[in-house]
Design a protein around this ligand. Structure first.
Ligand code: MN3
Length: 197
């Protein structure tokens, strides 16, 4: 089967008290797992069964008759990318190449943080906020549902899940508080630097 549930890159309680173990247990073990299970059912016996998840996403994007496959495959990829976009003891100002690039392309960390949080806050309903590389420059994007900026040619560097299931147990309706915790305590700048490299 082409779609797989990867292990979390840290323990279930490693992001507490910002994102607690119960949230990660359900988000990874139930939500992420369901996208894997449902996606595999849909691609079984099709041309997509032997493809890499990125290739499934690109091949099905924008095709109404392939929406089920796209949604599940993209959600599998997005969640794996999201787990790596956070780390215990992360957050705060970046270092390395991504820091210089944020200064050069986005007007500095404070402006980045404001605009990234704004993208998350203004994504109506379910979706994702992204830091991407697009035409050699950093950009901030938001996407609805399972959509991923890679289908428009951008390279994701960091993502933040703003579906309610990502934060409801820890923050209830307070999406801005979850986004602040993500930026101040969780975001994994090492991963952004790797992706930028
Ligand atoms: Mn999610």
């Amino acid at each position: 089967m082409a779609l797989e549930l990867p292990a979390l890159p840290y323990a279930l309680d490693a992001l507490a008290p910002h994102i607690n173990a119960q949230t990660l247990e359900i988000h990874h073990g139930k939500h992420h797992q369901a996208y894997v299970t449902n996606g595999n059912k849909l691609i079984e016996g099709t041309e997509f069964a032997a493809m890499k998840v990125e290739d499934i996403i690109k091949a099905t994007a924008g095709k109404a008759d392939k929406a089920g496959i796209f949604n599940n495959a993209a959600q599998v990829w997005n969640h794996t990318f999201y787990w790596h976009s956070m780390k215990p003891g992360g957050g705060g100002k970046p270092t390395g190449a991504i820091a210089a690039k944020i200064d050069a392309d986005l007007g500095g960390y404070d402006k980045f943080a404001q605009e990234f949080a704004q993208a998350g806050a203004t994504q109506f309903g379910s979706g994702w906020a992204w830091l991407v590389l697009e035409n050699g420059k950093l950009a901030i994007k938001k996407t609805p549902n399972a959509e991923n900026p890679m289908t428009a040619g951008a390279k994701p560097l960091i993502t933040m899940d703003v579906w309610e299931h990502a934060y409801y147990l820890d923050f209830q309706n307070r999406r801005p508080d979850y986004m602040k915790a993500f930026l101040d305590h969780l975001v994994n700048w090492d991963f952004a630097n790797q992706n930028l490299g």
